[in-house]
Design a binder for this molecule. Sequence first.
Ligand SMILES: C[C@](O)(CO)[C@H](O)COP(=O)(O)OP(=O)(O)OC[C@H]1O[C@@H](n2ccc(N)nc2=O)[C@H](O)[C@@H]1O
Ligand SMILES: Nc1ncnc2c1ncn2[C@@H]1O[C@H](COP(=O)(O)OP(=O)(O)OP(=O)(O)O)[C@@H](O)[C@H]1O
Length: 289
Amino acid sequence: MTTILTACPAPAKLNLFLHVTGRRPDGYHLLQSAFQLIDRCDTLDFAVRDDGRIIRTNEVLGVPAESDLVIRAAHLLRDAAGRPELGADITVHKVLPMGGGVGGGSSDAATTLLVLNHLWKCGYNRASLMEMGLKLGADVPFFLFGRNAFAEGVGEELSVLRTADCWYVVIEPGVSVPTSIIFSSKLLTRDTQPVRITDFPDATKQVASSFGKNDLEMVATAHFPEVAAAVEWLGKFGNARMTGSGACVFCAFEHEHQADEVLKTLPSRWIGWKAKAMQEHPLAHLVQS
Ligand SMILES: C[C@](O)(CO)[C@H](O)COP(=O)(O)OP(=O)(O)OC[C@H]1O[C@@H](n2ccc(N)nc2=O)[C@H](O)[C@@H]1O
Ligand SMILES: Nc1ncnc2c1ncn2[C@@H]1O[C@H](COP(=O)(O)OP(=O)(O)OP(=O)(O)O)[C@@H](O)[C@H]1O
């Protein structure tokens, strides 16, 4: 049996705002956030095997195959399905920065669950895959949800959120920020007052560019001066903000040419790119709701 799907997209996300509202007894933080899908993607190739082997076919710098969320996702799905004969060759083409706050690893894992559930004919629905995905990371359920979302809990309680069809400039400040360092910092405030989804009913540019704040930004900028410098530089052009636990910094623009103009003047020590807001995950159709 060979069944192949190539160039399967794993899009990035931006956290348009991210409030830390509390902490659970197990140490995990209670968050409120607006998750935005953007059209910058890793891509993955899948070829089904029938000998029970799950193999990553290429090297990914800094991520050994056995700890790759892609490989862990494939094992999780196969174990849940109870079908030890299932296997796959998986190639991961990384574009998204690691420790960038754009959710690359989580998105790769979500794409793996979506595609292998389809190729292996496991028959799980979206809710079941989301439950499985949460075991891999707090952001995985969002990518399986497939729409832009208002997230609560540790990121797993999701409701559909309409957001602006704008362009984003994203700067990679050249540092990798470990999420756990940010959440364990003494500097982190954990008492932002909860907001309600009705506070931003029609999802406008207000949500995109100026609603709320990112509570993790203060901690990340204190530990990583390059993140602070990127926020300051991009802040000359609009409301610049960090995504997730960093390190990437973004700013919204109504038109593509505005993003192009900003990127022309980007200091050469940073990588920067533009991306368009997406309303739906490109593989959302692969699974039954
Ligand atoms: C901050 C966000 O980027 C927002 O999108 C995510 O919630 C982080 O998700 P992630 O990178 O997938 O993080 P995970 O691998 O789930 O967690 C990494 C570490 O961050 C801390 N962590 C994470 C999420 C959360 N709600 N509270 C936490 O305290 C925990 O110490 C955890 O061990
Ligand atoms: N397929 C993968 N791609 C990227 N990182 C992976 C992958 N598998 C495991 N990891 C590990 O996960 C860590 C975080 O990677 P990721 O790209 O998801 O960070 P992030 O963008 O900061 O995520 P988030 O916004 O969810 O905090 C990496 O440093 C790496 O060690």
